[in-house]
Design a protein. Structure first.
Lengths: 364, 199
């Protein structure tokens, strides 16, 4: 049996001064008018579960205006009757305080990679950029999925980024006559070692993720041959040679032109790139399908169903798909879904579903 | 902050140049000195002066010493055929405390880092290569820090010595002894797995 949240308490989080929410297994619906704090509530759950927020890289943003710290606590039901309390405290300029039953977590990477006992899959309207946006948005999707499984992947990706930064600086110094080329092959080797670890992780995941994506697309969209195609800027087995060949250009431009930090993956419906040719509706469905694939992938790898946090997902879907999504959420271990309008759900479902009503940063 | 007498201000300014001492700590230390006994302040001043006048790098290994060569280099019981290369003089202490190592040292003076403008010429790598030729060294143990810059430095040293008849080794990374697996951090444990060996 998988973990689910029983209660969440927020202090100074975005527009919440101090709020407590009780949650049940299966579907939970958060309802409120616009700009009342529905999205913030879902974000807070993600923050408490992973120690960081998917909505912004700038942590101070999440603190209530005028306050100097924030805290999010959760009571998590683990495998039936066991209960665990996890909490994240944050004040700018200080290390985050991550605790599991009062005991400090060994590291943020370990906490985020399931150390807290819960994993989440989030959907925020801005996630459309995973399909629609730049290659970096797609890499971030893949990297954060893999980091939520393995802290060693998170470390390799972070170290790889640092090694590339060092190499780029060296390239510029060589171009400007400040450095000799003597240490370049050393940094090349370091970059290749770490980059290979990143590429191996991504390569192993993209196949299974692609077929889960295809399944999700046919359930959501209809019988369309969907796929994910990873585009290597340097092949896994010829990576070192590719980096060596790029040397001249790299020195000239002062930047590393091949490697996992330049890769992308194509999101394809019937062989057509949704990034370039997808309609808004197709891009939205493709994003949803990616999130569903991420959930199934986590479930396959860990044997645990992640918690689904989907923000305002119903508003732009037709009735048939809303029905499908409702069934999907009802069958999950736990899903916390926000909406402005309860009519997006079947009245019979609403009758037996816990509803969290939000207004002006308060839980009614 | 110019609210104290000039000599006090000056002391605070000097103290806050030290690593990991912020303005508040500097102020606290300065007032501690002001309140303390004159002898204590003089002893501190004397210690600071002496360390700059009498301590300099060892001619052979660049460890810190008062003499021309350091105590380790001149110790006849040490094995001169092995040299352990470290980033800083303070890395020697922990290795010495293991009691496992009986060879000599070589202090590199940092790690390669293009971002900080540190080039091989800024480190004592050429001196190490020269030592290997002169001293008939059989093994170099590279004990740089297990991070990106330390590991790149180790790779570079290995590359510079690849045509020499010398074995270049690096420290294994693994688990702390005496602890429980349960409490090891995932990255260390992951590396220990990658470097597992036959028993």
């Amino acid at each position: 049996m998988s973990a689910y949240l029983r209660a969440l308490r927020l202090v100074n989080f975005r527009n919440y001064v101090d709020a407590t929410v009780l949650l049940a297994p299966g579907l939970n619906v958060v309802v409120g008018a616009n700009a009342q704090g529905k999205t913030n509530l879902l974000e807070a759950i993600s923050f408490a579960a992973t120690g960081s927020t998917p909505r912004t890289p700038n942590d101070p943003e999440i603190i209530l205006w005028g306050a100097d710290f924030t805290r999010a606590e959760m009571r998590v039901s683990m495998n039936g009757d066991e209960e665990r309390k996890i909490a994240v405290g944050y004040a700018p300029g200080q290390k985050k305080r991550l605790t599991i039953d009062g005991v400090p977590a060994s590291s943020l990477a370990a906490y985020a990679a399931g150390g807290a006992g819960v994993r989440v899959v989030t959907f925020f309207p801005d996630d459309l950029r995973v399909v629609k946006g730049a290659p970096s948005d797609r890499r971030e999707f893949l990297d954060s999925l893999l980091a939520s499984l393995k802290p060693t992947y998170a470390r390799a990706a972070a170290e790889y980024a640092r090694a590339v930064q060092q190499r780029n600086q060296l390239l510029r110094r060589i171009r400007d006559g400040l450095s000799s080329e003597k240490t370049l092959s050393t940094w090349d080797r370091k970059v290749v070692d770490l980059g290979t670890e990143v590429l191996r992780g991504r390569t192993a995941a993209i196949g299974p993720l692609g077929s889960l994506f295809e399944d999700a697309v046919s359930a959501l969209y209809g019988p369309e041959k969907a796929a994910l195609g990873y585009g290597y800027s340097a092949p896994l087995d010829g990576y070192a040679e590719a980096l060596r060949e790029a040397r001249g250009v790299d020195v000239e431009r002062g930047t590393t032109s091949v490697g996992p930090h330049r890769d992308d993956f194509a999101v394809l419906f019937g062989g057509v790139s949704m990034t370039t040719y997808g309609s808004q509706g197709q891009q939205r469905l493709a994003t949803l399908a990616l999130k569903f694939a991420a959930r199934e992938y986590l479930r396959g790898e860990t044997g645990q169903d992640p918690i689904l946090l989907f923000d305002d997902v119903m508003s732009e879907l037709d009735e048939e798909r809303r029905g499908y999504l409702t069934e999907y959420f009802l069958a999950s271990t736990q899903a916390v879904i926000s909406t402005t309008n309860l009519e997006y759900f079947d009245p019979e479902v609403i009758e037996r579903t816990p509803i969290v009503r939000i207004s002006g940063g308060s839980v009614l | 902050m110019a609210s104290y007498a000039r000599p006090v201000e000056r002391l605070i300014t000097e103290l806050s140049k030290l690593p990991s001492i912020g303005p508040k700590s500097a102020q606290r230390i300065a007032f501690h000195v002001v309140r303390g006994k004159p002898d204590d302040a003089r002893a501190l001043a004397e210690a600071l002066r002496e360390v700059k006048e009498r301590i300099h790098p060892c001619k052979r290994c660049f460890n810190l010493t008062e003499a021309e060569e350091c105590d380790i280099c001149t110790d006849p019981r040490r094995d001169p055929s092995v040299i352990c290369a470290v980033e800083d003089p303070y890395d020697i202490g922990p290795i010495e405390r293991t009691g496992e190592y009986r060879g000599l040292y070589h202090v590199l003076g940092g790690a390669l880092s293009p971002l900080d403008g540190v080039e091989p010429e800024d480190l004592r790598i050429a001196e190490l290569v020269e030592r290997v030729g002169r001293e008939e060294t059989k093994e170099i143990v590279v004990a740089t820090n297990p991070n990106t810059t330390g590991e790149a430095t180790a790779l570079f040293i290995a590359q510079e010595l690849q045509d020499r008849p010398v074995r270049v080794t690096a420290l294994a990374s693994g688990l702390p002894v005496g602890g429980d697996l349960e409490y090891a951090d995932e990255v260390t444990l992951g590396r220990a797995f990658a470097g597992r060996r036959e028993i």
